[in-house]
Design a protein around this ligand. Structure first.
Ligand code: HEM
Ligand code: HEM
Length: 160
């Protein structure tokens, strides 16, 4: 979308979809975080390395933070450029020639790059657990019992 001129007739369609998806992600993340805080969580994962354990904790916090920052800065652009009126109600002034005049737009682009890097690291962490430790950590992302911490502790595969 960044490569599409604001004067392009398709821009409005792209923006409508982007804003609806972006706001929906924000709503889903609020539901997710509320559930996470209010319900019992599995024990902290044990990777066998103190640095990796705290790195994973920081990375997960970072993922929450950056997703909310994406949505927050997106709303920032929308408020600065009056996009809620222009895009959703078809009223208000026309689109500005370029969104880059708004600090929120610069932040949105920079946060997107950080988020991509962190998702890449997160994916690498998953691959490390899946293929190196062999503990199938991904199974913890599904529904399950939360009452017995023992059942929820991920066991790394044992070598015979
Ligand atoms: C997690 C949610 C979101 C993600 C992952 C996301 C992602 C992106 C990305 C990658 C870009 C292009 C950045 C660049 O190349 O520099 C962008 C641009 C933009 N986003 Fe979002 N966004 C999100 C939420 C939102 C929301 C909630 C809004 C508004 C309510 C919004 C409004 C915009 C606008 C106006 C642009 C500028 C388009 C342009 O420069 O032509 N975004 N977004
Ligand atoms: C590429 C595919 C992905 C895989 C295979 C994956 C895998 C995982 C796994 C296995 C966990 C569980 C860690 C644990 O139980 O301790 C996890 C947690 C998490 N993932 Fe992903 N993930 C992926 C993509 C993403 C993306 C795109 C985001 C957000 C932008 C994300 C955000 C998170 C967060 C915030 C947590 C921590 C959840 C919590 O403890 O509340 N993940 N992921």
């Amino acid at each position: 979308m960044a490569n599409m001129e604001n004067s392009d007739p398709d821009k409005m369609f792209g923006l409508t979809g982007h804003m609806i998806w972006g706001l929906s992600i924000g709503a889903l993340m609020i539901i997710r975080l509320t559930t996470r805080i209010l319900s019992k969580s599995p024990q902290q994962t044990e990777s066998g390395n103190v640095m990796l354990n705290s790195g994973a904790r920081i990375a997960h916090l970072g993922l929450y933070f950056l997703v909310f920052a994406m949505v927050g800065s997106g709303i920032g652009i929308a408020i600065s450029a009056d996009l809620f009126s222009i895009v959703f109600s078809g009223s208000g002034p026309s689109l500005p020639a370029d969104f880059n005049i708004f600090p929120a737009r610069i932040a949105h682009g920079a946060i997107a790059s950080f988020l991509l890097i962190l998702i890449g690291l997160h994916f690498a962490g998953w691959a490390y657990h899946q293929f190196f430790l062999g503990d199938h950590l991904i199974n913890r992302m599904w529904f399950g019992k939360r009452n017995s911490p023992d059942e929820l502790t991920v066991q790394p595969k044992t070598t015979p």
